[in-house]
Design a protein around this ligand. Structure first.
Ligand code: BDR
Ligand code: CA
Length: 303
């Protein structure tokens, strides 16, 4: 299947892109970037660097710099480091962004590849909402839209109520959930069951010294954040779990429901079931070890 990852790299984003590069099911045809873990310019620079590092000759189309109705964004430096890769800084500038914006690229690829195209969104949903506004057929053109975001049956991570990707542009997320689309939501309900530990990174680096070693190096900062803030001995494979759900849906227990997003007040960014909305599939459970093992198996093959 053809795959576009809409991303804000980002440590776990880098892991997800590595997984997509390694997994034989995917033909990764491009990356689109969005603000989130970093400023969008840094997301694009990081995405181009990752594509080069993982041996992918693919376009990177830059998207939204801010959430709907905002004109500034504060990156999550305490989670992903100053440049999005933890302690690893001074990411080299490689190549240039595509001429099309992220939303234009998504719309054009959806028209060209139709049902063969999967879009996996692992950052704030601004580009996806923009693509839906730009082309009312966008959502129906594509085979599936798989989103890493939300916390439907569990608490949030950025606030008690909200998961970070949805929180960063709650209005765009609510717009996306109001459109009928073949959507699968991979939220904290499952991604916090896929903990990747220091020993997993060491094993990965042994098999794949260059790329696995790079992922281990950028993740030290992230693992410290999880330990110090959440008391967890490992980091969630958030974005990789969404990429895995694109091809291995049977690994997940899913619940069909409509969703709305609270856009204001203390619960802003919360994802709530809403039967009046078009149904989508919310991943409710997963055997975390299966995700972890598949991730290691596949990424370990990268040289
Ligand atoms: C999501 O937020 C970002 O920090 C991660 O890259 C992931 O996409 C997890 O809540
Ligand atoms: Ca992300």
């Amino acid at each position: 299947m053809k795959l576009i990852i809409d991303t804000d790299p980002g440590i776990d984003d880098a892991m997800a892109i590595a997984y997509a590069a390694a997994a034989p099911e995917f033909d990764l045809i491009g990356l689109t970037t969005v603000f989130g873990n970093t400023h969008v310019g840094q997301s694009s620079r990081n995405a181009r660097f990752l594509a080069h590092k993982f041996g992918l000759n693919i376009p990177v189309a830059q998207g939204a710099a801010f959430a709907r109705g905002r004109n500034a964004h504060t990156p999550s430096r305490h989670v992903h480091g100053d440049e999005g890769f933890g302690d690893v800084t001074e990411v080299p500038e490689i190549g240039a962004n595509h001429d099309l914006s992220a939303a234009e690229f998504l719309v054009e690829m959806a028209r060209r590849h139709k049902q063969d195209l999967t879009v996996c969104a692992v950052g704030p949903l601004t580009n996806i909402a923009d693509a839906m506004r730009m082309d009312p057929d966008f959502a129906q053109n594509i085979g599936q839209l798989v989103i890493m975001g939300g916390a439907v049956f569990c608490p949030g991570n950025i606030t008690e109520h909200a998961e970070a990707n949805i929180y960063h542009d709650a209005q765009a997320a609510d717009e996306v959930f109001s459109v009928a689309a073949p959507t699968v939501l991979v939220g904290l309900d499952v991604t916090l069951k896929t903990l990747y530990r220091t020993a997993d990174f060491e094993e990965l680096a042994r098999h794949s010294p260059e790329i696995g070693g790079f992922l281990r190096d950028i993740s030290r900062f992230y693992l410290n954040f999880y330990k110090n803030v959440a008391g967890l001995e490992g980091c969630g494979l958030h974005d990789s779990t969404a990429v895995i759900a694109c091809s291995h849906r049977a690994m997940f227990d899913v619940h069909k429901t409509g969703l709305k997003v609270i856009t204001n007040g203390p619960e802003a960014g919360a994802t709530r079931p809403d039967p009046s909305r078009p149904p989508l599939l919310v991943c409710r459970d997963v055997v975390g070890e299966q995700v972890v093992d598949l991730f290691t198996q596949r990424v370990a093959t990268l040289r």
